[in-house]
Design a protein around this ligand. Structure first.
Ligand SMILES: [Zn+2]
Length: 340
């Protein structure tokens, strides 16, 4: 009986804790308006209070049921400080090393990111990329990633790469306002809100560590924390934010760095090129390519026409594959993708 009481009282404390978290969070939101930077400090303040609460609870001792309640109640939250998640995970690990199921994490690929931000589209710092070199990723499998759904089967109106002196970090697909946009892979919605030039934006974190971004939306069909399957409708497309005409701006990112969506997806056949993808660290980010893709290391005196001839491809193809222009200066030592 006393254990039962303990849990009930625990639940009350948790509810109270969460309630105050939400109150201050919303207050911060009202005070800060849509200004993301203004609302962040109040979230941090809340996290501090909540962490103090967790620390004192942990000191008193918590049982398995209570830990489950804590995790469950956090999942309904708008914002969870990664430190809180880490603290909970540490506690779970030290308490239930053997009997706890292997994947206790509420967020996909948490081991790669160590954070979960529902307010900022690009919250990641470079240090999470520091030790990366090259790895092969599974895009579809029977366990976690389970297939692919094409975000919107439309005509491409703008590709990834340099455009009007700016880097276009995604691909634009023509649509009519109200058209249904679906999630590319299985994952969890990290962000669903109005975000600067993106307009109404959805960001989904997937289990292999990729994040997909769907921008200029008209209407949301999901909210942060929702688990989505490949092909599941997540939004209606539109023209919100800095957009001229209705279209879907779609991005694929790894640890915050934009990858060319065409390196994994065939936008004419509306399917993946293959089940796996190689992601290689470069000086400025990552480059993604199909296993077996050829690269050319630039040497002094190289120019695009010469390289193109060497590999039997066109200058246009090299520009497209690498997101560069014909007059981009080639830097010795850098690598160019020279096959599809
Ligand atoms: Zn775009």
């Amino acid at each position: 009986m006393s254990a039962h009481f303990e849990t009930k009282r625990g639940m009350k404390v948790v509810r109270y804790g969460i309630l105050s978290v939400l109150c201050v969070f919303f207050l911060g939101k009202i005070l800060g308006g849509e200004g993301v930077e203004k609302s962040t400090p109040s979230s941090e303040l809340v996290s501090l209070n909540y962490m103090d609460f967790l620390k004192s609870k942990f000191k008193e001792g918590v049982d398995r049921e209570y830990l489950i309640c804590l995790v469950d109640s956090l999942l309904s939250n708008e914002y969870i400080d990664p430190k809180v998640v880490d603290m909970l995970n540490d506690k779970i690990q030290e308490t239930y090393v053997d009997e706890w199921p292997a994947d206790t994490n509420p967020y996909p690929a948490h081991n790669l990111y160590k954070s979960w931000n529902t307010l900022l589209p690009h919250p990641y710092k470079n240090d999470i990329c520091a030790s990366d070199t090259e790895s092969t990723f599974c895009l579809t499998d029977n366990y976690m990633n389970c297939g692919y759904g094409h975000p919107f089967e439309g005509v491409i109106t703008s590709r990834f790469g340099w455009r009007d002196g700016r880097h276009h970090n995604g691909i634009d697909i023509d649509l009519i306002r109200g058209d249904t946009v679906v999630s590319a892979f299985r994952g969890v919605v990290r962000l669903a809100k109005w975000t600067g030039g993106y307009g109404r934006t959805i960001i989904i974190r997937h289990h292999n560590g990729l994040e997909t971004i769907y921008a200029h939306l008209y209407k949301f069909l999901v909210k942060p924390g929702d688990i989505v399957d490949p092909g599941q409708p997540v939004a209606r497309g539109g023209n919100s934010g800095a957009s001229r005409g209705s279209h879907l701006h779609f991005e694929t990112r790894f640890k915050g760095k934009a990858l060319n969506p065409e390196s994994l997806i065939d936008f004419k056949k509306f399917q993946l090129h293959s089940d796996s993808l190689v992601i290689r660290k470069t000086r400025s980010g990552y480059v993604a390519f199909q296993p077996g893709t050829l690269f050319h290391k630039i040497k002094g005196g190289d120019y695009l026409y010469k390289i193109a001839n060497q590999y039997g491809v066109s200058v246009n193809q090299i520009c497209k594959w690498n997101g560069i222009k014909r007059n981009t200066i080639l830097i010795a030592g850098k690598e160019l993708k020279v096959s599809n």
